[in-house]
Design a protein around this ligand. Structure first.
Ligand SMILES: Nc1nc2c(ncn2[C@@H]2O[C@H](COP(=O)(O)OP(=O)(O)OP(=O)(O)O)[C@@H](O)[C@H]2O)c(=O)[nH]1
Length: 494
């Protein structure tokens, strides 16, 4: 089932994953730099904490150093400038820290910052060339921007103010890196457990492994997917929606890869498809359970798509769940229709109400409801003549059935293999005589899956069941989660 579609989705996954992998490698290349950044930031956090502890002793209830440190820390997490300011242990770095602090807070009393600097009079670090080369093109300690080198620098002002001494910065970073290398996690834990600022944690979340997919990375895979979906008979608007969902999910944002890039792509694809196929879903069984009995369900759709067979399958489905059913042949138009449905009723040991050919379909349904009421039957399953939705006569019939028996549900039946035609018919039927949901038959013979993906989104009404064979048991509740699993599951094995 839906094999073509599965294959195409699988190709997209591979392509998109490759695009993501390329970007992950970039990040990994710069891992050392990340460590440096992290260390520098954490060293600052330590300094701030130490300073906070020291300065908290005297009675200085206001302008608490802790607050200032927190402010600096917060600011630091946002960009190059801040990370540079986080290296408090060289004279020049101190100057930077002052500059940045002044840039962020123009207040003259930089006493806190100075105190902070004094609190750790560490020796002048020696610049290490490797670190400098790690800093690369001078983007310095850009925590977030480092993995998006190709993007224009957005930050201005304060960052520039802190720029001047790259050498000292590199030195400071190096030292900080060394300082934190040993007790990296401890520091974090401590910072978090004493509830100081949450700063270490924030910094860490910024520098863990991640990737960014830019629009151009996905352009080709998305284009391929678009063509693939269209050739699988997925409706144009639905294709657009899926692609938009994928763009929203994948492009531009920094993704942490806690498991693998493949998982990120799969998740995005899963969400994108789920969004379009889950439209309007409701719990059919629950609905049957809570409606007043008898529940009346009318089946509509064009000729030969499997309405009558679906009614028989539904009868089996409901009987298996403890409901009694009666069938009603509202297809008074077609010769042989009575016999066909009666055969199913006999096979399933169910009552079937029918009138002479050419009779009034609404009258048949009415009789079936009366029969159900008189015999405590739970559900009436009404067949209708399979004619084109453009046929005014049929639409009048449906309108009359609506008036006479006021069905609890009108289900549109079409065959999955009809692809775009089924999608168009679903739309038109829904416009002409509002449907509550759809049954897609012959899904077992459909490798494209276009109708299964599109009908709910196009009509705003859910696909409730899939016909998956000719047997009475071949009716499956359409579950969007399972559907997505099915579409994405076997791909790895292929
Ligand atoms: N493979 C497969 N065949 C199905 C499925 N559902 C129905 N069919 C077959 O499709 C054919 C048409 O089914 P019907 O139930 O007669 O279709 P209908 O819409 O009632 O047709 P009319 O009464 O002529 O309007 C039959 O041969 C069914 O066995 C399904 O889910 N899978």
């Amino acid at each position: 089932m839906f094999d073509n579609l599965k294959e195409k989705l699988g190709s997209f996954r591979k392509d998109a994953e490759e695009a993501a992998e390329e970007n992950v490698e970039e990040v990994e290349d710069e891992e050392d730099l990340e460590d440096v950044d992290e260390a520098a930031v954490e060293a600052e956090a330590e300094a701030a904490d130490a300073e906070e502890a020291g300065a908290a002793e005297p009675e200085a209830p206001d302008t608490t150093p802790g607050d200032d440190a927190a402010e600096v820390a917060e600011t630091e997490a946002d960009g190059d400038l801040e990370a540079e300011a986080a290296a408090p242990d060289s004279g020049e770095a101190a100057a930077n820290a002052d500059a940045s602090s002044a840039a962020v807070e123009p207040e003259p009393e930089s006493a806190d910052t100075e105190a902070e600097l004094e609190s750790e009079p560490e020796p002048e670090p020696e610049p290490e060339p490797e670190t400098e080369s790690g800093s690369g093109s001078g983007s310095g300690l850009d925590l977030e921007g480092m993995i998006r080198d190709d993007e224009p620098e957005e930050s201005a002002g304060p960052a520039d103010a802190a720029e001047p001494d790259a050498e000292a910065d590199a030195a400071a970073e190096t030292e900080a890196a060394e300082a934190v290398e040993d007790d990296d996690t401890d520091t974090d834990d401590e910072a978090e457990s004493n509830g100081s600022t949450g700063f270490g944690r924030k910094a860490k979340s910024l520098v863990k492994g991640k990737f960014v997919i830019e629009e151009e990375d996905l352009e080709d895979p998305l284009h391929e997917l678009e063509l693939a979906l269209l050739s699988s008979d997925v409706e144009m608007g639905v294709v657009d929606e899926i692609l938009d969902n994928l763009r929203d999910e994948l492009i531009g944002e920094t993704r942490a890869f806690t498991t693998s890039t493949g998982d990120v792509i799969e998740e995005a694809l899963r969400d994108a498809i789920y969004d379009v196929i889950s439209v309007g879903q409701f719990d059919f069984n629950e609905r049957i359970a809570i409606e007043d009995k008898p529940v009346v369900i009318v089946f509509t759709g064009v000729n030969g798509v499997g309405k009558t067979t679906s009614i028989a399958k539904m009868s089996r489905y409901l009987e298996e769940r403890g409901y009694s059913t009666v069938m009603a042949n509202g297809d008074t138009y077609r010769a042989g229709a009575n016999e066909q449905i009666q055969e199913h009723a006999d096979a399933l040991d169910t009552k079937c109400i029918s009138h002479e050919q050419g009779g009034d379909p609404a009258a048949v349904l009415y009789d079936a409801v009366e029969y159900a009421e008189a015999n405590d039957i739970d559900v009436v399953l009404g067949d209708t003549a399979g004619r084109l939705h453009t046929d005014e006569g049929l639409m009048d019939q449906l309108a009359k059935i609506d008036r006479v028996v006021d069905p609890d549900m009108t289900l549109f039946v079409d065959e999955a293999v009809a692809g775009q035609d089924a999608v168009n018919r679903a739309r038109e039927f829904n416009e002409a005589a509002e449907i509550d949901g759809a049954v897609l038959t012959k899904a077992d013979a459909d490798s494209n899956g276009g109708a299964a993906i599109s009908v709910a989104h196009v009509t705003g009404k859910p696909i409730l069941f899939l016909g998956v064979g000719q047997g009475y048991d071949h009716l499956e509740r359409f579950d969007p989660d399972e559907m997505v699993d099915r579409l994405l599951e076997d791909e790895d094995e292929e």
